[in-house]
Structure formats: structure tokens, C-alpha cells
Design a protein around this ligand. Structure first.
Ligand code: BG6
Length: 464
């Protein structure tokens, strides 16, 4: 992608939830850090005007950021204006052109809209001649299976060159993923043991306390596999398991992520346990007989020299007892000296809510004899500094023209390939109680049971 600074930012779907909860607060963060320099136009069908957009921005920023700097917020609001229009109407794009002048030709067009209008907007931009030097940013879901992802890409590529299309997976914008990568490859303590010779199993847990809230209609057509596994958690997997790239350049990183995905064996039905929390079917927009999973646990294998034979397990769910994103590496016991036997060590990485890592190891007890007991050390995953929300990184990159935090079409297709055989299962998911860790049937998917999450104590295995 050409590394040219955009002349303007256009947000389609500015009146929606994504804009309110994530994009507008991210723009405020960019304004505060001095990374914003362009006019911003919001486009949507609602009968709003500039004042309504500014009011929404003030509300959104107030709700998302504890302390608001009034001067920064006013600066952001001054950049904003609103265009009301239908996405299929050429008049909408004529108005945009007029509003932005030359900057419309080197804009970032961000589609925070429902997927059915992605191609409508892309085609209209192309017809208006706004596709030459501009970039198109598309939110997930990028298709709903491998075939539709290819069809969507083909359709978008009729309007924009492929290297001008940025596909958002906001987990790639999380600093914690880069921190995991850095911990692995910057430390001789970790890198040499990060393979099948020394690792017994790997587990990834992404737990959310929240239910599907007011997103019932959207969520019911998607489920946990499409919502967070095929995209977000596979990106976590990639950072935990990829090979070192030649350089940390975006292209090299993405090539290694794609190579990792292409080594993952396709999932079979027996690799999955699906759950649904009690009460889900009563949520607005959810079908009475819905078989959509709000919890998913799976095991997978990576067929490459580093990982062949190591079981990987991923689990995620809504209404679980904690909010966290963790990677746990169970090490094999050391083939050491007789009398020093003990359980294998563990490396646990808490990516969220706070970036920390913990190593459990064996140490000798004081006194005579050579008995060993588990001890641990732990530390921060990142050096201190301002915490950047993922969408600040994504929007910042889109504006500056960096492809660093966007997945390529090739890697998205690989991720769909892995899950393609287990999408749209219509067998009933197992019911679980809100506030529990999901169906106990999922325990059998993790080698030896799931490690108890949280870095407070040694991750005892939950017996299957
Ligand atoms: C979104 C999913 O893509 O990611 C949500 O649609 C999920 O269901 C969210 O809650 C998680 O992202 P984050 O950044 O809040 O961990």
C-alpha cells in the first residue's frame, strides 16, 4: 500500500454503534495525541446535521473516556461535518466530492456499515471517480465463509485496487499482540523452548462477562465462531505460534501469519464444543429456536516442524465469569536428574485486561535433600507508556497509509478454510449458566483440562 497520508476521512455509518462506541472515541484519542490532521465527514441515512454529529461525538467521547479535554474535543468537533444520503444514490457522492474538494480523491473511506452495503458504496465511489488514490476500509465480518469472502473480495476489487483495500480485524491493533510477539522473539529465555520439543500444549482463553446485549439480531446470525474465533482469536494464535519473520516489516509479519494459518488443519465437528447461555433465546432479535453458539471451545493442530503433535485449544464465550484474554503454554517436564522430577513449568501470558506474563518453575526446598516445589516469577508484558485503544491504531494506520495492522485477503481466506467445514452446525448447543465457565464437556478438548485462568496462582488443571 502506498505510504501516503490521506487528505480526508469519510466514515460511512457514522450514526451507528461501531462509530459511537469505538471510532469516535478513537478519533478523539488521535486528536489528543496530535495524529489527526484532516477533515472528517460522516455519512449516513439518518436525518442528522453537523450539530447532531458533534453532539453525538461529545456524548460518545464522554462515555468512552473518563476525563475529557475540552480543547481537544472542540478541535475534533471542528473537523466534523455530516452528509445525509442514501449509499446507492449518486447524489450522496456528488455532495461528498463538493464538500471535500480535492481531498475526496485521496481520502480514507471507512465502511462502518452493515456488510450488505460494502459493495454498493465501493461501486458508487468508483463511479464518482473517487477510487484512484483513496483507500477503502472494510469492517469485519469479511464474508461469512470461504466462498463469500472470495466473492466479496472479487466484488470490491472491481472498484478499488486490492492494495487500497484495508480489511479490519481490530485485534491486530491491540498492542498486547505485538507485545506477545516481542516477548517470544526478543528473549532467549523463551524462543528456544517455544516448540514441540518442549511445549506440551497451548491454550488460548478469551472470556467476556457481557451477554450479547442489544446485538441479538447481529449475533444470532454469526455466533462465537464467526464473531471472534475465525478472526480475532486466530490472530492471537498467529502471534503465539508464528515463525520469526525476516524483519518486523508489515509485509513480512503478515506473510508469516498467513504461513502459520496455512499449516493449521481444517477443523472437524469432533474438534468443537458449542454452548449457549441460558436466557440467550429470550434476547431481542434472537430466534426462539436459535442454535447459535455463544460459547465455543475447540482444539486444533498445526502441521509444521515447530508444532507438529502439540495440542492447541481455544475457548471463548459470552456471560463467562471474567473479562480476560490469556495464552497459557504448558511445558513438558524436564528430563532431568532422578529425584528432581516434578510437573512441567508453565508460561502464562495475560494479554488483557493487563499485559503480564508469569513463569512457573521448580525450585529446591531449603534444607537437606533435593525435593523441588513450584515457584513463579512474573512481569509486565510491555514497558509503560500511553495505552492505545486498538481502533486508534487501526484508524491511525488507515490515515497514514500503513498496512501494519490489517490482515491480507490471503490470510482471511486461510482462516475461513480452517473453519469452513464446521460453520452453520444446526445441532443444539449445550446450555450453560451465565457466570459459569461454559459447558464442562469442553474440558476434554484441552489436553489435561483447562488451566485455571488468571495469573494470581499456578494454573491448576481443571480435571476433565
Ligand atoms: C468484536 C465482537 O469484534 O470484538 C464482539 O463482535 C466482541 O462480540 C469484541 O465483544 C471484543 O473486542 P474487545 O476489543 O472488546 O476485546
Amino acid at each position: 500500500m502506498p505510504n501516503a497520508r490521506a487528505g480526508s476521512l469519510v466514515l460511512f455509518g457514522i450514526t451507528g454503534d461501531l462509530a459511537k462506541k469505538l471510532l469516535l472515541p478513537a478519533l478523539y484519542a488521535l486528536e489528543r495525541s496530535g495524529e489527526l490532521d484532516e477533515p472528517i465527514v460522516g455519512v449516513a441515512r439518518s436525518d442528522w446535521d453537523d450539530a447532531a454529529l458533534r453532539k453525538r461525538t461529545e456524548e460518545a467521547v464522554g462515555e468512552a473516556s473518563g476525563e475529557v479535554d475540552g480543547v481537544v474535543l472542540a478541535r475534533l468537533c471542528n473537523r466534523l461535518s455530516y452528509v445525509r444520503g442514501d449509499y446507492a444514490d449518486s447524489a450522496t457522492f456528488a455532495t461528498l466530492k463538493e464538500r471535500l474538494g480535492e481531498a475526496a480523491h485521496r481520502a480514507v473511506y471507512y465502511l462502518a456499515t452493515p456488510p450488505p452495503v460494502f459493495t454498493t458504496v465501493a461501486e458508487a465511489l468508483a463511479r464518482a471517480g473517487l477510487n484512484q488514490r483513496s483507500r477503502l476500509v472494510v469492517e469485519k465480518p469479511f464474508g461469512h465463509d470461504l466462498t463469500s469472502a472470495r466473492a466479496l473480495d472479487a466484488a470490491l476489487c472491481c472498484s478499488f485496487d486490492t492494495d487500497k483495500i484495508l480489511r479490519v480485524d481490530h485485534f491486530l491493533g491491540k498492542d498486547a499482540l505485538a507485545a506477545l510477539f516481542a516477548l517470544r522473539f526478543a528473549n532467549l529465555l523463551f524462543e528456544p523452548i517455544w516448540n514441540a520439543e518442549h511445549v506440551a500444549s497451548v491454550q488460548i482463553t478469551f472470556a467476556e462477562r457481557l451477554d450479547v446485549a442489544d446485538r441479538g439480531g447481529f449475533y444470532d446470525s454469526v455466533g462465537a465462531l464467526r464473531d471472534v474465533v475465525q478472526n480475532h482469536l486466530f490472530q492471537v494464535l498467529a502471534h503465539a505460534a508464528m515463525e520469526p519473520p525476516d524483519t518486523a516489516a508489515p509485509r513480512a509479519m503478515e506473510a508469516e501469519r498467513t504461513r502459520l494459518f496455512s499449516a493449521v488443519r481444517p477443523l472437524a465437528r469432533s474438534d468443537l464444543v458449542r454452548g449457549q447461555y441460558a436466557g440467550y433465546r429470550q434476547v431481542d432479535g434472537v430466534k426462539d429456536e436459535s442454535t447459535t453458539e455463544t460459547y465455543l471451545a475447540l482444539r486444533l493442530e498445526i502441521d509444521n516442524d515447530r508444532w507438529r503433535g502439540v495440542p492447541f485449544a481455544i475457548r471463548t464465550g459470552k456471560c463467562l465469569p471474567a473479562d480476560l484474554l490469556e495464552v497459557a503454554i504448558a511445558l513438558k517436564p524436564a528430563a532431568g536428574v532422578a529425584g528432581l522430577e516434578g510437573p512441567g513449568g508453565q508460561i502464562r501470558l495475560c494479554l488483557e485486561p493487563e499485559g503480564r506474563w508469569r513463569l512457573d518453575y521448580l525450585a529446591k526446598t531449603r534444607g537437606p535433600g533435593m525435593a523441588v516445589v513450584p515457584l513463579h516469577v512474573q512481569g509486565a508484558l510491555e514497558a509503560s507508556g500511553p495505552l492505545r485503544p486498538a481502533y486508534q491504531v487501526i484508524l491511525g494506520d488507515a490515515l497514514s497509509g500503513s498496512a501494519a495492522h490489517f490482515p491480507s485477503q490471503a490470510s482471511i481466506e486461510q482462516c475461513w478454510r480452517i473453519v469452513d467445514g464446521v460453520l452453520d452446525l444446526d445441532d443444539a448447543p449445550i446450555e450453560y449458566q451465565p457466570g459459569s465457565w461454559g459447558p464442562p464437556e469442553a474440558d476434554a478438548l484441552a489436553e489435561g483440562g483447562w488451566l485455571a485462568p488468571g495469573l494470581g496462582e499456578r494454573g491448576a488443571r481443571v480435571a476433565p
